[in-house]
Design a binder for this molecule. Structure first.
Ligand SMILES: [Zn+2]
Length: 327
């Protein structure tokens, strides 16, 4: 596992890192920035593995170092992430790491420290790390990973070579999504469009629960939305994580957009739910453009309000009551 080829997209970054590696010009502190779930941590791991390997096509996957790394017990690799309820990186964690890396490496000729979620270092921890970054001990490479670099101390930022990971393209995400058993082409494309460029977000759409959510949305758009139905569904949704309710709203918005596209005579390949063309046509015949535009507005409103702290059940009920009033 974990080789350069496992990293989706980011072609330029991979090329640059491998070149720096080959020319032994890799700085001792790097900062990987970019949104959640697009491969920053994986890239940090592959880079660490390659640094330890030192072979020509590193990581070779065959040497003692590579094997130890793949087994998750390379003695010269140090991984740090936020801990505890408060979800931060404390000074004790940094100190522990510092005392470890003060020892000479066991297996490779250097140590690699990955700090994932580096923005969660509290100030004491960050200042302590800063001292280590300012006095580099030649044989340690630091890779800081963050989705929010503006939360890091400027002094830390200035010590690191910054590498920005752009969101993944739809094709890249669709390709990964399709590796899942239950995902066909059409679904993979739909997931890719929903993900906004984040692989981890895309994968959250693939789980059983999300697929059930999608079914629930399809049931909703065809249902006779009675008061009873509204109470039941709003109860169900209110019992879920807010994240999931947002997904539900997202699926609904996709259907409404598809319907508008059909009304506009757009090509089927543009549809999110191209695999449900018959159902879409059926719905398109029932909804006027005016009503669809109104539904779209309602959906957008709901998505927006779900980001606030307001009560989910009330919001959802309000939405459904308005949805069923023909406009
Ligand atoms: Zn190797």
């Amino acid at each position: 596992m974990s080789d350069w080829s496992d990293i989706q997209g980011h072609i330029q970054i991979k090329q640059d890192l491998r070149q720096l590696l080959a020319e032994k010009r890799l700085p001792h502190a790097l900062l990987f920035t970019g949104m959640e779930g697009i491969g920053k941590k994986l890239t940090a791991q592959v880079l660490a593995k390659a640094l330890f390997c030192g072979g020509e096509n590193a990581p070779c996957g065959e040497c003692v170092s590579c094997k130890a790394f793949a087994a998750g017990n390379h003695p010269d690799f140090y991984y740090l992430e936020p801990e505890g309820k408060a979800k931060n990186i404390k000074i004790e964690q940094i100190r522990q790491m510092q005392s470890q890396i003060a020892l000479s490496p066991y297996l490779a000729d250097k140590r690699v420290v990955v700090i994932d979620g580096a923005e969660y270092m509290n100030e004491a921890a960050a200042n302590s790390l800063l001292k280590t970054l300012e006095e580099p001990t030649g044989d340690v490479v630091f890779i800081l990973v963050t989705a929010n670099k503006d939360m890091l101390l400027p002094t830390i930022l200035s010590r690191c070579m910054k590498i920005y990971f752009a969101p993944l393209g739809e094709n890249e995400i669709a390709a990964i999504a399709k590796r899942q058993d239950n995902i066909d082409d059409a679904k993979a494309r739909m997931i890719a469009r929903l993900s906004g460029g984040s692989m981890s977000k895309a994968l959250s759409f693939v789980d059983e629960e999300s697929l059930k959510l999608n079914d629930s949305v399809w049931e909703f758009v065809f249902a006779a939305v009675t008061a009873e139905y509204i109470w039941r569904l709003s109860d169900e949704l209110a019992a879920m994580d807010r994240e999931k309710v947002m997904q539900w709203a997202g699926f609904l918005q996709m259907i409404v957009r598809d319907l508008l596209l059909i009304k506009a005579g757009a090509d089927d390949s543009l549809l999110y739910n191209g695999n449900k063309k018959e159902e879409l046509d059926d719905l398109a015949a029932r909804f006027s453009i005016g009503r669809l535009l109104y539904c779209q507005e309602l959906g957008e409103n709901l998505a927006l309000r779900l980001k606030s702290n307001a009560d989910v059940k009330l919001m959802v009920q309000d939405f459904m009551l308005k949805w069923r009033e023909p406009k």
